[in-house]
Ligand binder design. Structure first.
Ligand code: HSE
Length: 438
């Protein structure tokens, strides 16, 4: 049988990795797919031939991406150029031309996935996006297929390798934020715009996708609450550790009676949880299903070969599906397209979680009592308190409080009142806290 002809857009970190994996494992991949897979046409603006194994086997390489999606011989287009545009136009054009698509582009899927999947559905083609979430971990397959029997209750994941790498290096080696970020960029982990990593946008793209797969709702990136790691201070990492917690940057989505939570933010989690020990560029996703209970998926969340592993697995899936009935394929968002629900997404004010607060308190009688009074009036119950001795010559002390779960709106009111109180100096540091109990 003729090899399946692939058009490849992008020969950067993931594009180069995909060529390498398809070359190195060509025989095994063909045995799995049932046909050989050949990249016949690629487009890239620039690439490093030294880093790509098997580059010479690509039929034709130019810098014209639209020529690839218009190439009549190409059956599957792999989009690995990233970003919103021209990736969106290229993917839509490939679909219009009747080609299946594989992409690692989480920004594209989170923002334009509804449009792209509708176009693919109408045309009877598939769009694979396993590599868009958690790099090499087959989390989309797990949620969409492996857990299809379950009513999913919640998902919590470390889904940005760069952010986790930075937090880990800062905690373990006391390294400087900018220095670790530069290393992540050198290693090919970071996004083209690294603020996407450190401000949580990349994780929010991925969380948006996971929420849709878990709960059968349209992609709604604009409703995902997003807070990054750039304001995490070493003293909070240390205080959290003293209290038995680690700070991780988590994406959390949960089904509640009132609606669906979609949020990305630094989170204190008990250090004894397996996920609290996921370090460096590794990702991990905890999924709680009603039948299966908690399940945990772990692996490399970024990097050339791990991400290529997911890209090539999608290609194998598509090759197998080439001859199947288009109406009987695994739906893009796990639920049949006509069955997506309009369940509301909760604003962050309505989300209920526990909190770590660090308050800079004046060292004088009655301050602690007044703060406790404000919390009590807002219905907030304190779980633990820690107060440090003032440093030599200092008139303020850090006061650390852990609270029970409470609606964010009540916490916002309490924080505003505490900050207005003259026994307190500066802003209250607030980090959300989750037990992640099974
Ligand atoms: N910048 C991303 C990360 C790459 O660090 O996780 C993988 O999506």
């Amino acid at each position: 049988m003729e090899p399946v002809k692939i058009g490849l857009l992008g020969l950067g970190t993931v594009g180069g990795g995909s060529v390498t994996v398809l070359t190195r494992n060509a025989d095994e991949i063909a045995r799995r797919a049932g046909r050989a897979i050949q990249i016949t046409h690629a487009a890239a603006r620039q690439y490093d031939p030294e880093r790509i194994e098997g580059l010479e086997q690509i039929g034709r390489i130019s810098d014209d991406a639209f020529a690839v999606v218009d190439d009549l011989a190409v059956e599957i287009v792999i989009e690995l150029i990233g970003g919103y545009s021209p990736a969106r136009e290229l993917v839509l054009k490939a679909i219009e031309n009747g080609k299946h698509v594989v992409t690692a582009n989480k920004a594209l899927i989170a923002m334009h996935g509804n449009e792209i999947f509708a176009a693919a559905q109408a045309k009877g083609v598939m769009v694979g996006f396993e590599a868009a979430v958690a790099g090499g971990i087959p989390i989309i397959k797990a949620v969409r297929e492996g857990l299809a029997a379950n009513r999913i209750e919640w998902i919590a994941g470390i889904i940005n390798g760069t952010g986790n790498f930075i937090l880990t290096e800062m905690r373990d080696k006391g390294r400087d934020f900018a220095d670790v970020l530069a290393e992540a960029q050198r290693l090919g982990y970071a996004e083209a715009d690294p603020t996407f990593d450190v401000e949580g946008i990349d994780a929010a793209h991925k969380l948006t996708i996971l929420a849709s797969l878990a709960f059968g709702i349209p992609l709604q990136f604009d409703k995902t609450f997003t807070e990054g790691i750039s304001k995490i201070e070493p003293q909070d990492v240390a205080f959290a550790a003293e209290l038995g917690y680690r700070i991780k940057h988590l994406g959390i989505t949960r089904r509640t009676a009132a609606g669906i939570e979609m949020r990305v933010h630094p989170t204190l989690i008990p250090h004894r949880r397996l996920i609290a020990n996921v370090d460096g560029v590794m990702n991990a996703v905890l999924v709680k299903g009603d039948a299966v209970g908690p399940t945990l998926y772990y692996g490399a969340g970024a990097g050339a070969l791990p991400t290529a592993s997911a890209v090539v697995a999608d290609v194998v899936d598509l090759v197998r599906a080439l001859t199947t009935d288009p109406t009987n394929r695994v739906p893009h968002l796990a639920f049949q397209p006509g069955e997506l629900a309009d369940t509301p997404v909760l604003p962050i004010d309505a989300v209920e979680t526990a909190y770590y607060l660090r308050i800079t308190a004046l060292d004088r009688p009655g301050v602690m009592a007044s703060i406790a009074g404000i919390l009590s009036e807002e219905g907030i119950s304190i779980e633990a308190i820690k107060q440090k001795e003032p440093a030599e010559g200092e008139t303020t002390v850090p006061l650390i409080l852990l609270t029970h779960r409470i609606e964010e709106a009540a916490m916002n009111r309490a924080i505003a009142r505490i900050e207005a109180f003259d026994g307190v100096s500066g802003k209250v540091v607030r980090i959300r806290m989750e037990g992640l109990e099974g």
